[in-house]
Design a protein around this ligand. Structure first.
Ligand SMILES: [Zn+2]
Length: 269
């Protein structure tokens, strides 16, 4: 029996006045078994990796969602809520409007899942376990040239890695480890958001994000109290050594989000 419940019974007085029941802690860990509103049940399947399924009418007309087993981890709580919302719509009549909502929810769900992976310092799911096409030549910028300059200037040319424009519309740049299927060798791959391959993007901004991703190769992720710290103090100090750091950050915060929104609307950058 939990100790707070012991206290509760221990305080029962002889006149039958029940004390206030103990209050639930304000921040309660979300159960991985159902949605926050308790209406959609979650089941987990280790065989699922990149798909989710739903079954209608399980709990008083509410659906049940089958999720990949890794989504049981607490950091996926917000993504699970989107999956629950998705399932509620997916089991309804397929009107045009509902179909659009379902499509939008499933897109948001996988974007949220990828964000969780990237926040953990892992590569997005989409690009794991296989080598994506490596395309460093963009419409406006050649990443190989920029990487070579960054490598020479900041790492004495010692970095060995490959670089590509990311295939994803999500707008994230990231670093991952890949295995060359021919040589079996592991290599670092830097993927840069397409939002940087734009007419309005100066070279110093591309170099800024390339430098940032290069730092992930040389500065290992710190573990502190079981937490993974991807951008620790050492990382932030080294990052500031980039000569156009302020200019890059300004561009990254002010212009990149606009470019990514334009990409989502399939506009030319
Ligand atoms: Zn980073």
């Amino acid at each position: 029996m939990p100790s707070d419940q012991m206290d509760f019974f221990g305080q029962l007085d002889l006149f039958g006045n029940y004390p206030e029941p103990p209050k639930a802690p304000a921040v309660q860990a979300q159960s991985p078994d159902c949605s926050a509103n308790g209406l959609v049940n979650f089941k987990y399947n280790p065989l699922l990796k990149k798909s989710i399924r739903c079954k209608g009418g399980v709990l008083f007309g509410h659906p049940e969602v089958m999720l990949p087993a890794y989504m049981k981890a607490p950091e996926f709580a917000s993504a699970r809520e989107l999956a629950a919302e998705w399932a509620e719509h997916a089991v309804r009549r397929k009107t045009k409007k509902n179909r659009e909502i379902v499509k939008d929810l499933v897109t948001r769900f996988w974007a949220a899942v990828d964000q969780i992976f990237v926040d953990r310092g892992d590569a997005p799911l989409e690009s794991r376990g296989r080598i994506p096409p490596i395309k460093p030549k963009g419409k406006y910028h050649d990443l190989n040239d920029i990487l070579a300059a960054v490598n020479e200037t900041y790492f004495d040319g010692a970095l060995t890695c490959r670089i590509t424009w990311s295939n994803r519309v999500g707008g994230l740049s990231f670093h991952s480890m890949r295995k060359d299927p021919i040589t079996g060798e592991d290599f670092h791959l830097i993927s840069i958001s397409r939002g940087y391959d734009a007419a309005n993007c100066p070279k110093y901004a591309v170099a800024g994000v390339v430098y940032h991703e290069c730092l992930h190769i040389v500065i290992p992720v710190e573990e502190r109290n079981g937490r993974r710290i991807v951008h620790g103090r050492t990382f932030r100090q080294r990052e500031r050594r980039y000569i156009f750091f302020d200019e890059w950050i300004k561009w990254h915060k002010e212009v990149l989000p606009k470019n990514i929104r334009a990409m989502r609307r399939h506009k030319e950058l």
